[in-house]
Every structure is written in structure tokens, then in C-alpha cells.
Design a binder for this molecule. Structure first.
Ligand SMILES: C[S@@+](CC[C@H](N)C(=O)[O-])C[C@H]1O[C@@H](n2cnc3c(N)ncnc32)[C@H](O)[C@@H]1O
Length: 204
């Protein structure tokens, strides 16, 4: 894959952006529907999502397509839970490699701690079923069509902080909705994710 045509200090990457990439960022996503959506007939026939042109189909498990210490910010919302434990550590290490000193990695995931607390507080007979369904840990054929369908793991704050420390980040902290050193945070943190998410920010 060709290197992005932007200068090093401008490189900002959104991993697993879905339909929510923002202008000026390298919006990476692995969904096969990106290609299909760019062929008008298939887009209509298969009713693929309306992928913006600036989303690049790329599987981050292959390693980020950027040189060492060249990236300023990396953002990822609701993507790391789709990687296995081994993949997520390898990807976090690769983020550390690609970020410039002082560069920031912000990861947003569904908050397992919150889901467990809500399950324990739910006295209805449907609580167990609702809890299991929120984990989305089952895998099906749908995973091939849409890699964002089901989860491979879930994180609470201590697991995600540990992962990022293991990946080499000296500074890792629990953050919150739209509280960030990344200037474009109001466009990146999605309102729709607010009440279900854990926010972690790490500095290289
Ligand atoms: C649940 S969606 C989240 C989309 C968006 N970031 C949000 O918060 O709404 C997860 C996204 O990660 C993408 N994804 C999953 N595995 C990936 C991989 N290996 N490389 C790049 N993107 C991946 C999926 O295609 C999907 O669009």
C-alpha cells in the first residue's frame, strides 16, 4: 500500500472509523462493503452502507502503513473489542511504533464494567439475557461480511490500561467523553457512544 501523501506531523489516523471518519484524517476500515459500495450497481443491489470516499479499506492487523514515529494522533472507537487479545496487543504496539514522541492514542470501547454494573442492578427476569446479548461474543458468517458485527473480547478500564502499558505507553489514563488533548475530539467522540463507552488516552 502506498504511503499517505501528507507530511509526518499532519498524520492522524482513525482505526475502524466505520461511517464516522472525519476530513483531514486517515480513515481506515476493513469492511468488504467499502469496495462493494463503490460499484454503483452492487451498491444498489446489495444495499451497502454509503461509505465516504475518504475511507480507505485497510486491515490494521497487517500493521499500520506509516513509518516509525511519523503519526501525531491515533483514534479508535468501538474497534479494539473486535480484535483478539493477541491482535489488540500487536496493534497497540504498532500504534506506539508509528506515533511520534508525544503522540496520542485514544481508544474508546464498550465499557464492560458499566455493562456488569447495569446487569447487577437489573432485577428483571430478562437481565441475564440482556447482559449476554450486550457482550455480543458470538461469531457467525456475518463476521466475514461485516467485521464489526461481533466482539472478540471486552475491556474494563484496568484491562485496557494494562494493554496500553504492555504496548509501551509510559502515560495511560482513563478519560471521558470529549475530554482529550486531540483538537478534533468533538467530531471524533460520537454522542451515540457516550453512555456505553470507556475512554482511555495514552501518550508516547
Ligand atoms: C462497531 S464499528 C465502529 C465504527 C465507528 N468507529 C463507531 O464508533 O461507530 C467497528 C469497525 O471496525 C472495523 N474493523 C474491524 N476489524 C478491522 C480491522 N482489522 N482493520 C480495520 N478496521 C476494522 C469494522 O469494519 C467496523 O466498521
Amino acid at each position: 500500500m502506498a504511503s499517505p501523501k501528507v507530511s509526518a506531523e499532519e498524520i492522524k489516523v482513525n482505526i475502524g472509523c466505520g461511517l464516522s471518519g472525519i476530513p483531514g484524517w486517515q480513515n481506515l476500515d476493513n469492511s468488504p462493503t467499502i469496495w462493494l459500495s463503490r460499484i454503483p450497481l452492487l451498491h444498489r443491489l446489495l444495499k451497502t452502507p454509503p461509505w465516504p470516499r475518504d475511507v480507505r479499506r485497510y486491515d490494521v492487523r497487517k500493521g499500520l502503513p506509516y513509518g516509525e514515529s511519523t503519526v501525531r494522533y491515533i483514534y479508535s472507537s468501538h474497534a479494539f473489542e473486535h480484535f483478539t487479545q493477541g491482535e489488540s496487543l500487536a496493534i497497540a504496539k504498532d500504534c506506539f511504533r508509528a506515533l511520534a514522541p508525544g503522540g496520542i492514542l485514544r481508544i474508546v470501547v464498550p465499557d464492560l464494567g458499566l455493562i456488569v454494573r447495569e446487569y447487577l442492578a437489573d432485577t428483571s427476569p430478562q437481565a441475564a439475557q440482556a447482559f449476554l446479548s450486550r457482550l455480543s461474543l458470538n461469531h457467525s458468517l456475518q463476521d466475514f461480511v461485516h467485521p464489526g458485527s461481533n466482539h472478540s473480547q471486552m475491556f474494563d478500564a484496568k484491562a485496557l490500561v494494562h494493554l496500553l502499558r504492555e504496548a509501551g505507553f509510559p502515560q495511560v489514563a482513563v478519560s471521558s467523553y470529549r475530554q482529550s488533548a486531540i483538537p478534533e475530539i468533538d467530531q471524533l467522540d460520537l454522542e451515540v457512544r457516550r453512555n456505553e463507552s470507556l475512554y482511555i488516552e495514552a501518550v508516547k
